[in-house]
Design a protein around this ligand. Structure first.
Ligand SMILES: [Zn+2]
Length: 151
């Protein structure tokens, strides 16, 4: 069930009062900060190089962002997208913004590969096979993305 089906709960989430990201102070699996956002990357990602970019201030919808914040967020989006692509050799990047479960502005980055489990279809996180990283591969790729972000 989506969080917005309960008006009281949704109102608190929308205002940030009960936002898990704001209460924690930052997302789980944060690996670095960019201009206005945090980059999160987990070994449990569903595709190699799968990352998530969280805005460092509370907002729910893209249209709620002030123009200067929206422009800075887009700069961070492009920077992370470029870093993931150059680090993974992905043939395509898929982007997703939902916020139904965690209504704090964030964007999912899904690098796509020839023969990946979702080829010819949208990403379906419920249809995941085994781990996407070999032993030691996650840490190596994380370091490569961090390095690419500084270029
Ligand atoms: Zn928040």
């Amino acid at each position: 069930m989506s969080k917005w089906s309960n008006p009281d709960e949704w109102s608190k989430l929308y205002r940030g009062e009960s936002c898990v990201i704001c209460l924690q102070g930052r997302p789980l699996h944060t690996i670095t900060e960019l201009e206005v956002s945090w980059v999160a990357m987990s070994e449990e990602g569903i595709l190699r190089g799968n990352c998530c970019l969280f805005l460092r201030r509370h907002a729910v919808e893209l249209h709620d962002l002030a123009p200067d914040v929206a422009a800075a967020f887009m700069r961070d989006i492009q920077r992370l997208s470029r870093a993931i692509q150059s680090s993974t050799g992905a043939v395509k990047m898929n982007y997703e913004v939902h916020g139904n479960t965690i209504p704090h502005m964030h964007m999912h980055f899904f690098p796509r590969y020839v023969g990946d489990p979702f080829e010819g279809a949208p990403i379906n996180p419920r249809r995941v096979g085994g781990p996407v990283y070999a032993l030691g591969e996650f840490e190596m790729l994380k370091q490569r993305i961090l390095s690419a972000l500084t270029e």
